[in-house]
Design a protein around this ligand. Structure first.
Ligand code: BTX
Length: 340
């Protein structure tokens, strides 16, 4: 009922009378009043004006079940058109990817989304650590059950990157911010040259089919302090733009975009239908890149200009000697010559 009342209230900037809420939900005035008080205790600022009704004027930046569900309901026509089909909200976990994997083993459905306020053992790629302090970031993992061959699954990371980039961009634009923001191939998301998002995809599969894929996404939203080890490269939306964007809104936008792009991807099990969009979000496109590969411990470096991705998600680079090269994610590290 809290989610339903919150959904009604956040669906309009106008006042809604207590009576209208009662009529729409078939509940008593006292029940509505109780929920309004609970919401105020959680930090919502709600104006109550005689003969007009209630209106929310300020939202707390919290990730409760009702806050997230109502934000998702408003964003995606009451839960249609979102990849966040079932929400699991936790306070502290080791890693949302670990929780999601456990739920997936227990048959959690496609579109289960695990969200936590804090991770004590946030994971990056190749065993690296992901800093996930309480209350300021988004640490979340989607459980997906795509009917594709396992060798296609890594492309889901690029689909997720596009959804995250576009979801955040939508919120930044709504707040009036037009900044240098986009994807650094294959799946880092960069704002003014700083890393603000990381994505870790893990899969359980047989040689022929995928049991499940978990896509873990970390977004530094309102974080202001970073460990010395990452200070030079990491940042947050707040630090880079000065804008304090509510985390639930970003989760709702990203989940809607992810559903849309996932459905396009799954038709062909490649990125054919998303190349244009991905390339327009790609900050490397048209810029110089350094390709660093390692051959038996010896580093090998080539430079060229990134052209964009192909339908398999490989980065097409025109090398300085004019030859074209397709770069496979994970095999070569790509660095910009213009900073991070
Ligand atoms: P990555 O291997 O690309 O990035 C990890 C590296 O990024 C670290 O070695 C460190 O240098 C730097 N780093 C660590 N924490 C942060 C941070 N908060 N912001 C920016 N840079 C940082 C990227 O791996 C994949 C990260 C996925 C994180 C999500 S959070 C939800 C889900 N659960 C989980 O355990 N992981 C994923």
């Amino acid at each position: 009922m809290k989610t339903k009342i919150l959904t009604i209230l956040r669906g309009t900037d106008d006042y809604i009378s207590g009576q209208e809420i009662c009529d729409r939900l078939g509940v008593s005035r006292t029940a509505v009043w109780k929920v309004i008080n609970q919401l105020k205790e959680e930090g919502y600022v709600i104006e109550a004006v005689n003969n007009k009704g209630y209106r929310i004027t300020e939202y707390p930046d919290i990730l409760t079940q009702s806050e997230l569900e109502s934000a998702i309901n408003i964003e995606s026509a009451n839960g249609e058109g979102t990849l966040a089909k079932k929400l699991v909200c936790r306070d502290i976990v080791d890693s949302t990817n670990n929780v999601a994997r456990k739920l997936a083993e227990d048959m959690a459905c496609h579109g289960t989304l695990v969200v936590a306020e804090q991770q004590t053992g946030g994971k990056g790629r190749r065993g690296r650590h992901w800093e996930s302090p309480a209350g300021t970031g988004i640490w979340m993992t989607y459980v997906l059950r795509p009917d594709i061959s396992p060798d296609r699954a890594s492309m889901l990371t690029l689909v997720a990157a596009l959804a995250v980039a576009d979801g955040i961009k939508e919120q930044l634009h709504a707040a009036g911010c037009d900044c240098e923001f986009g994807i650094k191939w294959p799946n880092d998301i960069v704002l003014n040259g700083r890393k603000i998002v990381g994505i870790l995809t893990e899969m359980s599969a047989t040689p022929d089919s995928v049991n499940y894929v978990v896509v873990g996404i970390g977004i530094n939203v309102n974080t202001t302090e970073f460990d010395d080890s990452i200070k030079a490269t990491a940042s947050s939306i707040l630090v880079q733009t000065g804008l304090h964007i509510q985390r639930s809104r970003i989760i709702a936008s990203v989940s809607r975009r992810f559903e849309e792009y996932y459905n396009i991807f799954i038709k062909t099990a490649n990125l054919e239908g998303l190349i244009e969009q991905y390339n327009s979000a790609l900050i490397n496109a048209g810029r110089e890149v350094r390709l660093i590969s390692s051959d038996n411990g010896t580093e090998h470096e080539e430079t060229g200009v990134a052209k964009g991705i192909d339908m398999n998600g490989e980065l097409i680079v025109r090398l300085d000697d004019g030859t074209m090269k397709n770069v496979i994610a994970g095999e070569v590290s790509v660095r910009g010559l213009y900073g991070y």
